[in-house]
Structure formats: C-alpha cells, structure tokens
Write a new protein. Structure first.
Length: 117
C-alpha cells in the first residue's frame, strides 16, 4: 500500500505562483511514474503533468506547458508541481498520482488551488 499526501495549495491572485508537494509513504521502491491531475468544479479530472521517477523525464498537458514544472527529489521521495502565471481557470483540486511496476496505482486526497481574478 502507498499513501500520497499533498500540500501547498491555497488562494492566489491571477499571475501568482504556488508550489504543490506530494509525499508518498509505504511501498515506494517500485514507483514507475508520478503525476498531477486536477479536477475543476463540474468537470472531469484531467491530466496535468507526469514524471518518470527513475530518469526524471517529464511530460505536460498542452495547457500548462511553460507555466508549470514537475520535479522530484529522490532523496526525500517528494514530488513537486511549481505553478507560475496562474489563471482563474487553473482553479481546481489537484491530485497526486503514482503508478508502480506491476500496475498498482494510487491517488492522494487532493489539494485545493484557487486563483482569483
């Protein structure tokens, strides 16, 4: 079992920045990728960014590229999402996701990000 705990959400003005963190605990030695997803009110959950845990290679949804940066610290097993130039449409609950070798997948409880105009 793996538990994912997000932190760092909050209220920010448009144009501002926030950094989300996600700390996994439990069986983490077989992590393949970690990712961020988000879900705005009344909308389906959507993909934001993914990082391959071993290599550090990253992938982004088109709508966040050049504004968001996903990174990880393998010494502390922490996943980050640095968000810049935030827009009101970025308002959502942001979820941390991990996929492990063997196909296991886990989700965090979510962290609210609210961007005011």
């Amino acid at each position: 079992q793996v538990q994912l705990v997000e932190s760092g959400g909050g209220l920010v003005q448009a144009g501002g920045s926030l950094r989300l963190s996600c700390v996994p605990s439990g069986r983490t030695g077989d992590m393949h990728t970690m990712a961020w997803f988000r879900q705005a009110p009344g909308k389906e959950r959507e993909y934001v960014a993914r990082i391959w845990w071993g290599s550090g290679a990253a992938d982004y949804a088109a709508f966040v590229k050049d504004r968001f940066t996903i990174s990880r610290d393998t010494t502390t097993n922490t996943l980050y999402l640095q968000m810049r130039s935030l827009k009101p449409e970025d308002t959502a609950v942001y979820y941390c996701n991990s996929i492990h070798y063997g196909g296991y997948e886990y989700w965090g409880q979510g962290s609210q990000v609210t961007v005011s105009s």
